[in-house]
Design a protein around this ligand. Structure first.
Ligand code: PBG
Length: 323
């Protein structure tokens, strides 16, 4: 009687290690941070729905990132919470805006850290949408210039990668043109190319104080039901000059990640978003699942599906676990 003896290669930890196909490494992980424009630069405010994550004043951000860098942090992505919001989101491209100051402070302290910036308007507009509005409509083309200004201001502050997350059509091209025109031909764009209109962003909108004041984001973010559309979005961003693509959220869209892995050669990122973090945290805090096991399992699954990079709020924890 012969049959497949899969257990032969699972007998010891060493054997399992030898035949392991996928590994999560510190080089692949990007920690998101929320930095607040506030006079008290030592400000720390826990984010209710994201236990372990905080809104941070500038000093606290630099301190916290420093500890993570000591543990091997390779990259972070910054989200800013401005002092004032307006209809156009003008704090988004202010030379002394909070993200701009945070980028220069981090690069000064940790020159080797890859500092990525999220390029969007929703944290800076009083209506909470990712573009200019007219009545209840989010305007596409007039928003492009503003997004280009945001990206350029991040580039001038010293960002290593800019990551547009707004989902306006044509924004990657507009940003690429603006960067190239000002001497930033070397600066990569990681586009949130395949970003679904997801319920999993809920906790983020508390963290970034950016919920839309009316309506939702379904006229610009993708319908979760669509797969083929992901190819069109990805191709459009590549045609406009994106250097890397992102799929967001991660876990409910692993099929899309796998599809893109098989059809494009550029580096792919996946964003394990705030709601994915909150779910794991909530279950772990209740003692219903083991946090470390589940986190590493999800990250392994995301890599196995085809991601090269993962944006995850668990990055700092994973760095400790990998030690
Ligand atoms: C900004 C932006 C959002 C996220 C990243 N960039 C929110 C949104 O689109 O509503 C979500 C990240 C997360 O949930 O962790 N547009």
């Amino acid at each position: 009687m012969t049959f497949h003896r899969g257990r032969r290669l699972r007998r010891t930890a060493t054997l399992r290690g030898l035949v392991r196909e996928t590994a999560v490494s510190r080089h692949d992980l990007i920690q998101p941070y929320f930095v607040v424009d506030i006079d008290d630069s030592n400000f720390v405010k826990p984010i209710g729905a994201m236990p372990g994550q905080n809104q941070l004043g500038l000093n606290k951000l630099v301190e916290r990132v420093g500890r993570a860098v000591d543990l091997g942090l390779a990259a972070c992505i910054l989200f800013g919470i401005p002092k004032t919001k307006d209809a156009t989101g003008s704090q988004g491209w202010a030379e002394n805006g909070i993200v701009q100051r945070a980028v220069s402070a981090l690069k000064r302290s940790y020159p080797d850290l890859c500092v990525i910036t999220d390029v969007c308007l929703c944290e800076y507009t009083d209506h909470g949408h990712c573009g200019l509005i007219s009545g209840e409509e989010v305007l596409n083309d007039p928003t492009l210039d503003l997004l280009a200004k945001v990206a350029l201001s991040h580039a001038r502050a010293g960002a290593d990668i800019v990551a547009p997350s707004d989902m306006m059509d044509g924004r990657v091209g507009a940003i690429r043109d603006a960067l190239d025109g000002q001497g930033f031909t070397h600066l990569p764009i990681m586009s949130y190319a395949v970003k679904y209109a997801s319920g999993f962003y809920g906790p983020f909108r508390e963290a970034a104080e950016s919920p839309p004041q009316f309506g939702d984001r379904k006229t610009y973010q993708m319908d979760p039901a669509n797969r083929r559309e992901a190819f069109r979005e990805a191709q459009a961003d590549l045609d406009e000059g994106a250097d890397m693509l992102m799929v967001k959220p991660a876990l409910p869209y692993l099929d899309i990640l796998r599809d893109l892995r098989e059809t494009t050669d550029v580096p792919l990122a996946a964003y394990q978003v705030s709601g994915e973090y909150a779910m794991i945290k909530a279950a772990a805090l209740n003692g219903w699942i083991d946090e470390k096991t589940v986190v590493l399992e999800t990250l392994t699954g995301i890599k196995r599906a085809g991601a090269d990079l993962i944006l995850t709020y668990f990055t700092e924890n994973v760095l400790e676990w990998l030690e």
